[in-house]
Write a protein that binds this ligand. Sequence first.
Ligand SMILES: *Cc1c(COP(=O)(O)O)cnc(C)c1O
Length: 216
Amino acid sequence: MIKENVHKILAEIPKGVELVAACKGRTPEEILEAIEGGVQIVGQNYVQEAEKAYAVIGSRAKWHFIGTLQKNKIRKILKMFDMIEALDSLDIAQFLDRICEETHKTMPVLVEINSAREENKSGIFPEDAEDFIENLAIFKNIKVMGIMTMGPLCENSEDIRKYFNQTKSLFEAVKKLNLEHVDMKYLSMGMSDSYKVAIEEGANIVRIGTKIFGMR
Ligand SMILES: *Cc1c(COP(=O)(O)O)cnc(C)c1O
C-alpha cells in the first residue's frame, strides 16, 4: 500500500517539485517501504524517532528536520539531517551557527513563516520575515535556502490558497533582495490535504504523511 501511494503521488506532482515523506509516528520498516516506492527525502519531527530510522536507512535518503528545534537536540540534528525546515528563532540560529562552526558544517535551513499570523503557532509573521532573514546573514555557517509554511487548518483545501499565495509573494520578495548567504531556492508548503493547491501556488517542496502512510 505505502509503495503504491508513493507511486501515485510521484506520478501526480510535476517535475521540479520535491516530495518529503512526513514520517512522524512511522516505523523504520514503513519508511523503508516508502523509499522503495521512490521517496528520496525523509522528514522527521522528533530526534529520537529519527535516530531509530536513521540506524536502518542512513544515507539511502536525504533527511529534513521538520519539527520544532530545541538547543539540546541541535548536535544530533547536525549529525543526521541535510536540511532544517523550520527555523524561526535568532537565538536558536546563533546556537546552531556555533555548533556548525565547532563541527565544521554548513547547515541549509528554511525559515518558517506563520502565514496566517496564528497566535499559538510557530513561525515568523510575514511582515517580519525580511528583517529576520537579513539578521540571519551574520551566521556564516547557516545557509538560508528558502521558506516553509504550515498554513492554518482549513476545512476546505481552497481556503488555504490565499496563505500559500501570500507566502509565494513573500518568497519572491526575499529573493529579489539578493542577500548574502541567502539562496532562495525552496518553497516548502502543502501537506496531504493541501499539496495540490500548494503546487498550484508555487510550492517546490511538499511534505506528505497521511497520504503515504495512512491515518495514524
Ligand atoms: C505531519 C506533518 C506533515 C504532513 O502532514 P499530513 O497531513 O499527514 O500529510 C507536514 N509537515 C509537518 C511539519 C508535519 O509535522
